[in-house]
Design a binder for this molecule. Structure first.
Ligand code: 5AD
Ligand code: SF4
Length: 443
């Protein structure tokens, strides 16, 4: 039996690509193997959004060199965002020429053919095209990570060209799938037992299909699918979020009261240089509208510190907006220059020690807000969709509230009985990044 292993870096888009790649490999008769060094085929699905992702990738690549040398039948494949950059493919071909297969973010459907060719001819395969039509998801049979929740692409690529970001260069121009195709895919998932869908796009708010359906239309259509009980989406872009979309929090009963709304910075001057197309006043107006539509909505965000030219005053404006919004959670990043993006050429880069100092101060503020918010949950009972057994405790399960809070809790039920169902959990302990509780009969 041939065995495969996939190593995935980066965002949920990449995770879903890996699910598709796993599905393709299993259709070819491969079986999943936990240990990459005991596998016949290893796929490294890469991310290039920040520099440490780059460095880690080349480190991991190096670790396979010996296995590749000692085992002529072993096949190492690299895909994802890294090979979408010509300089990376050059580096692979020069320094890691023993890598067997390299393919891009838009060539996943081609992977079985490349693998078959590599096995038949023994020759290495390279296939990176970035103007392919939208992947036909209906043709894909992803091997999903969870039985009860699924990732569903609604758009590919990005047209926004935030000046720090490499994604528009690695994932190409934005393309929306047809609403009907998305609905058909989710209906099949629901029939297969999926209860929660996460709609994925770099900017879901700019979704528009060839016949003019927008993101609000799509949410309504998904809300009507029997069997689905929770709808999530990411990522929202403040520049494109519409009142019609915000209103969906009132009108679509399955839409979870949670939003990931990257702010990136709290200084209007920095936002402008980031090419974000909104200012803090507009951002705060959206937050108010969201909270009016769904008072219990939870919010998370992405923030970059140390963007070129960021002054202490700019940074304090970021702390300020974080305190105003009071996010439930935040992903905080130190600005990392990405070759080929406009910001990498800005001459006023911020010294490392200033970045690290600001980063630490920001994390302290964000974490204390997260904890304060989570403390409000203590003693109350929430509906939790059970995802699996808890990673941290025996006889415990993990699940998410409607607002995406991670809850570790105890229950007398068996995994077969409980996983994939909604249960009521009374919160007994609040931590910065999770809640703890115990299953109770009802509210
Ligand atoms: N440096 C630091 N953070 C970045 N992000 C994107 N590009 C960069 C970069 N060059 C962050 C943004 C984005 C998240 C996915 O990654 O905050 O929202
Ligand atoms: Fe990158 Fe901006 Fe597109 Fe998000 S919206 S993927 S940050 S360019």
């Amino acid at each position: 039996m041939n065995k495969y292993h996939i190593i995935t870096y980066g965002c949920q888009m990449n995770e879903h690509d890996s699910e598709n790649i796993a599905g393709l490999l299993e259709a070819m008769g491969y079986v999943y193997e936990e240990d990459p060094y005991d596998s016949d085929v290893v796929v490294i699905n890469t991310c290039s959004v920040r520099e440490n992702a780059d460095k880690r990738f080349f480190g991991v690549l190096g670790q396979f060199k010996k296995k590749r040398r000692n085992d002529p039948d072993f096949i190492l494949c690299v895909c994802g965002c890294m090979p979408q950059q010509p300089r990376i493919v050059e580096k692979i071909n020069k320094q890691f020429s023993w890598v067997d297969i390299v393919f891009g973010t838009q060539n996943i459907a081609k992977f079985p053919e490349l693998l078959e060719k590599r096995i038949r001819t023994g020759r290495r395969q390279r296939e990176i095209i970035d103007n392919n039509p939208v992947i036909d998801e209906q043709e894909m049979k992803p091997k999903r990570m969870f039985r009860h929740k699924a990732l569903v692409n609604i758009t590919y690529g990005c047209n926004n060209f935030c000046t720090y970001c490499i994604v528009p260069y690695t994932r190409g121009r934005e393309k929306s799938r047809m609403l009907q195709d998305i609905v058909r895919e989710i209906s099949c998932l629901a029939a297969d037992g999926v209860r929660e869908v996460m709609l994925l796009g770099q900017n879901v708010d700019s979704y528009r299909d060839a016949v003019g359906h927008d993101f609000a239309d799509l949410l309504h259509a998904v809300n009507d699918i029997d069997g689905i009980i929770r709808i999530r989406f990411m990522t929202s872009h403040p520049k494109d979020i519409s009142d019609r979309m915000i209103d969906c929090f009132r009108t679509c009963d399955k839409l979870c009261h949670n939003i990931h709304l990257p702010v990136q910075a709290g200084s209007d001057r920095v936002l402008k240089r980031m090419n974000r197309h909104y200012d803090t006043a507009r951002y705060l107006e959206i937050v108010d509208k969201l909270r009016a539509a769904a008072p219990d909505i939870t919010m998370s965000t992405d923030i970059i510190v140390g963007f070129p030219g960021e002054t202490e005053e700019d940074f304090e404006a970021t702390l300020d907006i974080a305190r105003k919004v009071r996010y439930d959670s935040a992903f905080t990043f130190i600005y990392s220059p990405r070759e080929g993006t406009p910001a990498a050429r800005f001459t006023d880069q911020i010294p490392d020690e200033v970045c690290h100092d600001r980063f630490d101060r920001l994390v302290d503020v964000m974490n204390s807000i997260s904890l304060e918010k989570n403390l409000e949950y203590k003693g109350r009972t929430y509906e939790v969709l059970v995802e699996g057994v808890s990673k941290t405790e025996d006889n415990a399960y993990a699940g998410r509230t409607d607002g995406f809070k991670l809850v570790n809790f105890t229950s007398d039920k068996t995994p077969d009985e409980i996983i994939g169902t909604l249960v009521n959990v009374q919160i007994t302990e609040s931590k910065t990044f999770s809640l703890e509780g115990v299953e109770v009969e009802r509210n």
